[in-house]
Design a binder for this molecule. Structure first.
Ligand code: TRP
Length: 347
């Protein structure tokens, strides 16, 4: 049997270039390699509500944005099933049974959830739904028997927790569920792209993202005002490339062809980095090159996105179709789960 791939994103904003190099690009490559049995991509709207329950309109609006981003990047609905989490009610039912297999202490130990709780300043008032989302994420993955989950680094604790739940379930009720494996980007610079301001992560609330939907002018403005090495004052000063977001972005995006086209002074990024590190390469030149690289990469995505955005009902038709298909698969797994637990009383 081939791989079953599943992954998804919370629709809380448009997707940015961190999502692109961290996961989207890999999904498209996997999709086009044809080396899988089934591929599912989920718009995790129900999960997005766990920390946006007071603002469902935000989630609703961003479902369209995320779906557009998927299609614009090259996810092809004839190869990958794109679906809406909330439509697949079976996921909720699976979650309910999995909840018995997880302790409160284990949920509270999940490092990603811990971090998010701190950021969101929930204090002592942590909503149960939020704390519970790693269990619901296990339902998302196992409902489709996914064994391959391409995600960003911050999702590793979720996959670990899913594996534990699968093992507990199979031990208790017999081999039913499949243990998933996370697939991270091979290029280390793609694991977590810093913000344009040098902060550790791109985040909408920090206003330090470059979005896939950004115009050419916005990209240029954001790149030209990026944070670099604060100690690289004169062009002649030696510079740091490892904590410098401009070079991290270049490591994630630039290839040798970009050098031939836009900066033939160097044959590759290593040469350019060496020059910056010994001194004599100015930030402006680095930024102009980065701008060219990003413009070349993002232009076709943006153009496709603008084209697709002219027919939003077609995007929702695609989502509806994918959601119906996903529901069938999840329903079949739910039946197996209930059979394994011997709680399928009427069958
Ligand atoms: N937690 C993921 C995010 O924040 C979204 C997600 C929900 C997901 N369910 C998933 C990712 C299942 C992979 C597999 O973006």
């Amino acid at each position: 049997m081939g791989n079953i791939i599943l992954t998804g994103d919370r629709p809380t904003g448009k997707l940015h270039i961190g999502h692109y190099v961290g996961s989207l690009k890999r999904r498209v490559e996997l999709q086009n390699s044809g080396d899988f049995e089934k591929m599912f991509i989920m718009v995790a709207d129900a999960q997005a509500l766990t920390d946006n329950f007071s603002n469902p309109a935000k989630v609703r609006e961003n479902i369209t944005e995320v779906a557009l981003d998927y299609l614009a990047c090259g996810i092809d609905p004839s190869k990958a099933t794109i679906f809406l989490q909330s439509y697949v009610a079976e996921l909720t039912e699976l979650t309910f049974y999995y909840m018995n297999l997880v302790t409160l202490a284990r949920l509270e130990r999940n490092p990603t959830v811990k971090n998010e709780i701190k950021q969101k300043a929930f204090g002592e008032s942590i909503p149960v739904g939020f704390l519970n989302y790693p269990i619901s994420q296990t339902a998302d993955i196992t409902a489709f028997k996914a064994n391959v989950v391409p995600v960003g680094e911050d999702q590793l604790p979720m996959i670990e927790q899913a594996r534990e739940i699968v093992r507990s379930f199979n031990n208790l009720y017999g081999e039913t569920l499949v243990e998933p494996k996370a697939v991270l980007p091979e290029n280390k610079s793609c694991l977590r792209l810093p913000g344009t301001d040098g902060m550790a992560k791109m985040s909408k609330s920090l206003g330090n993202c470059i979005y896939l939907a950004d115009s050419a002018d916005e990209i240029k403005r954001k790149v030209m005002s990026m944070y670099t090495d604060p100690n690289h004052i004169q062009v002649s000063d030696p510079g740091n490339t490892s904590n410098n977001p401009t070079f991290i972005y270049l490591s994630a995006f630039a290839n040798d062809g970009h050098f031939q086209r836009y900066l033939p002074d160097y044959t590759n990024l290593d040469e350019m980095k060496a020059h910056y590190e010994r001194g004599g390469l100015g930030d402006m030149k680095v930024k102009r090159f980065l701008n060219n690289v990003l413009q070349e990469t993002l232009e076709p995505i943006r153009t496709r996105r603008e084209e697709l955005a002219k027919d939003i009902p077609a995007v929702w038709d695609m989502l509806r179709e994918g959601s119906h298909k996903a529901k069938e698969t999840a329903a079949a797994t739910l039946t197996e789960v209930k059979n394994a637990m011997k709680i399928n009383y009427f069958d």
